[in-house]
Design a protein. Structure first.
Length: 761
């Protein structure tokens, strides 16, 4: 029995239509068996390549042989990468050597499928030669255009340059190789948010062409722009109309041009008609100097009357000298009075316009407010002065403190030998007091220069001030009332409590001296915050949260001239012998080294207020270390290695330690000390100076010694620490320092504390 298979007419039509589409679009179908490399093609493929079936072949290798030699390596590398990665999708585009010498450009895509016989790559290939040729003709046409043309790809999150012709390169002053693929607003950030971006976005959104004229300042050019939405994104035509715009601007009156420039400027622009004595200012006159236009006349006196009286005659003489001469420019720096009464520093420059006879008929100029610049220069000079004082202080403190250490040490030893000689004991006490005053002087210098070794702790200023109450009342006269006003709760601050007490005591003593007839001293604490605006106006201040201590008195106050120098070292208004001029400078240096800020307010006959801002501690749930220190035994039998390059200081320290019962070995430099550590394993403590010769300072010696004896305990001493154990104004964690000059009791307590540290209770 014969069965007739009937194919529906609609299916036959679909197949016919598919074959027709393949011929019209130049599309062929192919299948590649990855294991055998066998390649099957649809019949129409031979027509696409204009090659006979036998010349075409049925293998991957035969197809590779047809690929253009210049594309062959890239094609095989791409296919090998596809196989290595196990991808399921393969795309390619290259040239084929077709029949009769014709080169065919093809684009193809394939999908990988698993079959019972293995992996098979099935895909299509299309002849895109005409399309490529058409694109090339289009590119040549666009390149030959007289206007700039570019295409922006608007499909991604960032719009990117997709194409631009040579004229666009020239007009935009950018190489197209640097721009193609780059985000538009990244390449031209000044255009972001401008009419360019707004109009482009409107064209894309509405799918309508937009035309506009816009000036682009970075290039100094005017553009006439047409933006056309296209499937690829946005096609943009640029026409440079800069010269046309310049011609239009040249037609306008020079006066109008000048006023446009004046309106755009941030400086004060002025125009003075010399013959009619009419003076015009731009709007910035009100902005910078606070005067409303109704308050300013039209004559030159509206300017000259506001010049600072001390500068007026000089400035006017200079101006009229320029006008009466043949000079064309004039410039002066002077103080101009603001509407609120304060003086503003300005630089004023003018250009003289003369008639044919050389007579001045008009002046155009500008005034620049340089007050802030002068303040910055003053802060720079102050910073340089601080650095110079610091360098000087470091050298002086090191040598001076060594001498004071010897003087104090020997004086204390003398006191032991002269117990029954009252006259000589008085001389010893006098020597000690003089040495202590010298030590205080170097301490204040180091504090001002921000080179003292601070040991910050978490401090509750309420408790600290409460503990100072009785000391302040003993220090100040009975005719001075003391009032302590505390905010609650008060933030913790991380500061050296001992140095802070010294600073507050200095301020209290200054207040006492300013209130000889009596008065009131007020100490007030509060939490506060300094914002970015305040920080910009006050140099080194970092914005953030602070604990503020205000110290106010009702004394005679300071004049503005005195106030300007109040924090400078050795500046004092007291009589000779009544003060060193280092009290306020020490407080200033301590606060700055602690990361804080200090501000002084004073007015004659109305007293002085000094505000200390100490940064809030960056610690959560931090517990204050409020335990009472244990009693310290002041002697022992341990073995101590003393390393000190100054022979007098070394001898003095050996005598002190020996008198306390310790066994002492000494060295004058680091290498010698290391050799002694190797030879004496029973050394318990390395007691070393920091600043030493022979290329090995105290810190380096301690590090090297720890490698030999990890359990060895170390005590540093110095009159000036530099940066060996102090960083950012703070003593390094776990480091023990005994600052020179020191008393015998201080030596005894510090040595015992270091030796006992970590010992079992």
């Amino acid at each position: 029995m014969t069965t007739n298979i009937h194919i529906p007419t609609s299916l036959q039509e679909h197949k016919a239509n598919l074959r027709m589409a393949q011929r019209m679009l130049g599309i062929g179908i192919w299948t590649l068996d990855l294991a055998s490399r066998h390649l099957e093609w649809s019949d129409n493929i031979y027509g696409i390549f204009d090659l006979p079936r036998e010349a075409f072949g049925n293998s991957y290798e035969a197809y590779v042989a047809l690929v253009h030699p210049d594309d062959r390596e890239a094609m095989t590398t791409q296919f090998a990468h596809f196989e290595d990665t196990g991808a399921h999708h393969f795309e390619f585009e290259h040239r084929i050597m077709g029949g009769q010498g014709r080169i065919v450009r093809v684009r193809g895509v394939g999908e990988l499928t698993d079959t019972p016989k293995g992996k098979v790559l099935t895909g299509v290939v299309q002849d895109i030669t005409r399309q490529v040729d058409a694109d090339a003709r289009l590119v040549r046409t666009l390149e030959n255009m007289n206007d700039a043309f570019l295409v922006i790809d608007t499909h991604g999150e960032q719009w990117r340059f997709a194409f631009m012709n040579h004229h666009a390169e020239v007009l935009l002053s950018h190489n197209r190789a640097e721009l193609i693929g780059r985000p538009v607003w990244e390449a031209f950030p000044e255009a972001a948010g401008s009419a360019f971006q707004r109009e482009y976005e409107r064209a894309v959104k509405t799918r309508e062409t937009t035309r506009f004229i816009e000036f682009y300042p970075p290039l100094g050019k005017w553009f006439e722009v047409s933006a056309h939405p296209v499937p690829e994104g946005l096609a943009v035509y640029f026409h440079d109309i800069t010269e046309r715009k310049r011609a239009e601007a040249a037609i306008k009156l020079s006066e109008e041009r000048f006023r446009l420039v004046a309106r755009a400027s941030t400086d004060v622009i002025w125009d003075w008609d010399v013959r009619e004595n009419r003076l015009w200012w731009n709007e910035n006159f009100s902005v910078l100097f606070g005067y409303h236009r109704d308050q300013v006349g039209q004559g030159s006196e509206s300017w000259s009357n506001h010049i600072h009286p001390s500068d007026r005659d000089r400035v006017l003489r200079s101006l009229h000298s320029t006008i009466d001469s043949n000079a064309n420019t004039w410039s002066e720096e002077y103080r101009f009075t603001h509407a609120d009464g304060h003086a503003v520093n300005v630089i004023d420059r003018g250009f003289v316009i003369r008639d044919d006879n050389g007579k001045a008929i008009r002046m155009l100029g500008s005034m620049i407010n340089v007050t802030e610049r002068l303040h910055l220069e003053e802060r720079l000079r102050q910073s340089q002065k601080m650095e110079a004082v610091g360098q000087l202080t470091g050298g002086v403190a090191h040598d001076f403190n060594n001498l004071l250490t010897v003087i104090l040490g020997n004086a204390e030893l003398l006191r032991d030998y002269l117990e029954n000689d009252t006259k000589l004991l008085a001389m010893v006490d006098m020597t000690v007091r003089a040495a202590e005053r010298g030590a205080d002087l170097t301490h204040r210098l180091l504090a001002f220069a921000r080179r003292q070794a601070l040991e910050p702790k978490l401090v509750d200023l309420s408790q600290l001030l409460g503990g100072m109450d009785s000391m302040l009342r003993r220090t100040l006269a009975e005719n001075i009332d003391i009032e302590i006003v505390q905010s609650s709760p008060l933030w913790l601050t991380e500061v050296d409590p001992g140095q802070l007490e010294v600073a507050l005591l200095n301020l209290a003593i200054n207040a006492r001296d300013a209130m000889a007839a009596g008065g009131c001293l007020t100490l007030e604490t509060t939490n506060t915050e300094l914002d970015d605006t305040y920080a910009r106006l006050h140099g080194e201040v970092a914005p953030g949260q602070y604990v503020r201590i205000s110290v106010s008195d009702t004394g005679h106050g300071m004049t503005p001239e005195v106030l300007a120098h109040a924090f400078e070292p050795f500046f004092t208004t007291k009589e000779v012998g009544k003060g060193s001029g280092l009290g306020l400078s020490m407080v200033y240096g301590f606060v700055k080294q602690s990361g804080g800020h200090i501000k002084i307010y004073s007015e004659v006959d109305h007293g002085t207020t000094i505000k200390l801002y100490l940064p809030r501690a960056n610690a959560k749930d931090a517990a204050l270390n409020q335990h009472t220190p244990p009693d310290i035994s002041t002697g022992g039998r341990e073995h101590i290695l003393v390393v000190e390059d100054d022979e007098l200081v070394r001898t003095n320290l050996i005598n002190q330690l020996t008198s306390l019962g310790y066994r002492v070995t000494d060295a004058s430099n680091g290498p010698q000390a290391l050799e002694l550590i190797r030879r004496h394993p029973n050394i318990d403590l390395l007691f070393t100076d920091i600043v030493m010769p022979r290329g090995l300072n105290g810190r380096q010696l301690a590090d090297a010694a720890k490698e030999i004896r990890p359990e060895l305990k170390v005590l540093f001493t110095s009159g000036y620490t530099e940066n060996a154990i102090v960083h950012h104004g703070r003593l390094d964690k776990g480091v023990h320092l005994l600052s020179k000059p020191y008393r015998r009791q201080e030596v005894a307590e510090k040595v015992r504390k270091v030796l006992d540290e970590g010992a079992a209770p």
